[in-house]
Ligand binder design. Structure first.
Ligand SMILES: O=C(O)CCC(=O)C(=O)O
Ligand SMILES: [Fe+2]
Length: 290
């Protein structure tokens, strides 16, 4: 079976990816493959070093300080989230223009933070961008920006405590979030590109994204909204592929395909360095943000 026929393949290194597929991001855009994993791109010792640093600097609760029954947020972000600041819980106003200014201002502070946060370690954001550049054929991978040059936050650490779950959903700035006042809405496809920083269990069975071979459509949306998606997926025999990764692995999937992540179990927070990626076949730029 070739790479392009085998939807479930998550190739382990760059050479095998390119042995099978001349343009892996195009294969992802067409949902011919579930995702791509590049193993061991970031030093796992630096992953645990970063986790320790986040706790020491008070940027996250120490795992032993987290009790699920205390009603504390089960997710902590380090970095700027476009959707949260444009229309989610961190929006400051009903005025989209004000939210945009605030998001871009926050993004500038993330660039400043990330300019020293990794001192003494390899820079994981650079590693993530290097992975994307290696996979991008004839396209430039750039931090997302507005026409005036203002940069979006380059990536975000998401720290997930016990109970945190992502139910089946898509991420797409135009289709789902309808953020047409942002430059990133110009892209046809949106991907999610992540580096696993910490698994919630050390036995390798930590939940990560399950990708469904199901692109968004109004019909699919009605099932998501009505709570009937699982039945629909079973009836339609929608293929699913679980992504299994270890700290230091990079993984990439088409976030326009339905995906989900099971609830974290246990007191080790599942932590990823996450980005979204805008891709259009005819566009020679690939924009990356969080
Ligand atoms: O944390 C993950 O593995 C994926 C989370 C997710 O749904 C996303 O990044 O869009
Ligand atoms: Fe997602």
């Amino acid at each position: 079976m070739t790479f392009s026929e085998n939807w479930s393949v998550l190739e382990p290194d760059l050479k095998t990816v390119f042995d099978h597929e001349t343009d892996p991001l195009k294969a992802l855009a067409d949902a011919r493959i579930a995702g791509i994993a590049l193993r061991g791109v970031y030093n796992p010792d630096h992953c645990s070093g970063l986790m320790q640093r986040f706790v020491e600097r008070g940027m996250m609760r120490a795992p032993e300080d987290f009790l699920p029954e205390e009603n504390l947020p089960t997710r902590i972000d380090i970095g700027s989230s476009l959707v949260n600041r444009a229309r989610g819980g961190l929006a400051i106003s009903d005025d989209p223009a004000e939210n945009k200014d605030a998001f871009l201002e926050h993004s500038a502070s993330t660039h400043e933070l990330f300019s020293h946060l990794f001192d003494g370690f390899d820079n994981p954001v650079d590693t993530l961008y290097n992975c994307l550049s290696a996979l991008a054929v004839n396209k430039d991978v750039k931090v997302a920006r507005e026409p005036d040059g203002c940069l979006y936050g380059p990536a975000i650490f998401r720290i997930h405590y016990e109970g945190h779950e992502y139910v089946p959903h898509i991420n797409h700035v135009a289709i789902d979030d309808k953020l047409f006042n942002y430059e990133v809405s110009r892209f046809t496809h949106q991907f999610a590109g992540l580096i696993c920083i910490q698994n919630s269990a050390h036995d390798g069975n930590s939940p990560h994204a399950v990708i469904h071979r199901c692109v968004w459509s109004p019909e699919v949306q009605s099932h998501l909204s009505n709570g009937t998606y699982y039945e629909y997926a079973a009836q339609s025999r929608i293929e699913q592929q679980q992504i299994t990764v270890q700290p230091g692995d990079f993984y990439l999937f088409n976030s326009g395909c339905i995906h989900q992540v099971a609830a974290v179990e246990g007191n080790i927070p599942r932590t990823v360095l996450a980005t979204f990626i805008g891709y259009s076949e005819e566009d020679d730029e690939i924009f990356v943000w969080a």
